[in-house]
Design a protein around this ligand. Structure first.
Ligand code: AMP
Length: 355
């Protein structure tokens, strides 16, 4: 493992706030960052050393990007796998395209967790209305129909309360390949955020309690309540097994439901995660820094917490208009992403520490 020397360039695919915060962490460690994204408003470009505004499909652009970067990573998981695989033939890419492909497919990620001894909701892959009806007969209702791909923040999914709703649910998700999942009677939601280095070393953060509103993360709180804390070790072990099996390098996030029977794996994200934003001030080393350390072959940093209580609140849509109020709170840390305001859009977050 030869560490990437400070001054080297990290290529980041994607132009959102995660890339923005990765860029800030990379700059702190002396690296340059280059963003490749098609977005007119690529907020990651505002904190990067350079920006190529182009789509991900042009080989000429990818060749140029691979040539200028010493290592490449991505900040969102809905990027097509093809360009990432192509880049991996020219330059080191972390996490690997294989990890990305699994995380993009709800059936593959559930199967992966099942195969490693994880607990998942009862689920079945469905490709037609007949498949859906058969799956409802086995799994029962209430259940949730989720498109196999391109779902995030509760998008591309619909809840079924009875078998009569099969047809309307199938139409609602656009008759696309999907999975049907039994509704898990959870008490809390939480996530395990883990970093794995090129040498296989792993560190993970204490799990935050994640509360969602309208399918979007609203708040993450630490320390998590006892209903989550009892599942910490089991959930972290599964996440570590997933990372090891994939030969994963970088930050990996797995989301879980806390139930009286144990932690239920919901999904994985092959990247830094919104439920880990609190680590910027609330942990000794942030998730962004640990991702940069991992992909650059550096030793991983301490994941211990820096306060007795930590709360990260997302600023969604018009909530960001109150940004000024957060500055008047002594232990609040305001982060704004520089985005144009739209309803339902993650505009920023505030992390509050109780020392
Ligand atoms: P996902 O897109 O899978 O992260 O789902 C978005 C949110 O929907 C989750 O954070 C949960 O609040 C809820 N949800 C998803 N799947 C289930 C399930 N099988 N049982 C209960 N709630 C679920």
């Amino acid at each position: 493992m030869t560490p990437l020397a400070p001054g080297s360039t990290i290529g980041i695919l994607g132009g959102g706030q995660l890339g923005r915060m990765l860029g800030i962490a990379a700059a702190q460690l002396g690296y340059r960052t280059e963003i490749l994204a098609p977005d007119e408003e690529a907020v990651a470009a505002q904190t990067a050393s350079s920006f190529i505004r182009a789509d991900y499909q042009s080989r000429i652009v990818l060749d140029d990007f691979a040539h200028s970067a010493n290592v490449v990573t991505f900040e969102f998981e809905n990027i097509a796998v093809d360009p990432v695989t192509y880049l991996a033939t020219k330059v080191a890419v972390h996490p690997s395209p294989a990890a990305l492909a699994i995380a993009q497919d709800r059936a593959k990620e559930k199967q992966f967790a099942d195969d490693l001894g994880g607990r998942t909701a009862p689920w079945a892959r469905v490709e037609s209305l007949e498949d859906l009806q058969a799956a409802i007969a086995t799994i029962g209702t209430p259940a949730i129909l989720k498109t196999l791909r391109l779902g995030y923040d509760g998008k591309g999914q619909v809840q079924l309360h009875s078998a009569d709703e099969a047809e309307s649910a199938w139409a609602a998700i656009g008759a696309r390949p999907a999975i049907l999942e039994g509704v898990v009677p959870f008490t809390h939601e939480f996530s395990i955020i883990l970093a794995r280095g090129q040498d296989g070393a792993m560190v993970s953060y204490p799990p935050p309690w994640n509360e969602h509103r309208d399918g979007i993360l609203a708040r993450s709180t630490l320390p998590a309540p006892a209903e989550i804390a009892v599942h910490w070790a089991e959930a972290a072990t599964l996440t570590g097994r997933i990372a090891d099996r994939l030969g994963y390098v970088g930050v990996l996030t797995c989301e879980f439901f806390a139930t009286p029977d144990g932690p239920v794996f919901n999904e994985m994200a092959p990247r830094v995660h919104n439920s880990g934003h609190w680590t910027i001030e609330g942990a000794v080393t942030s998730q962004f820094e640990n991702h940069i350390r991992a992909i650059c072959g550096l030793p991983l940093g301490d994941t211990g917490i820096t306060a007795r209580r930590i709360e990260m609140q997302n600023l969604i849509g018009s909530e960001a208009e109150n940004w000024h109020a957060a500055l008047l709170e002594p232990d609040a840390h305001l982060h704004l992403y520089g985005k144009q305001q739209r309803p339902g859009r993650k505009m920023g977050h505030v992390t509050r520490l109780v020392r």
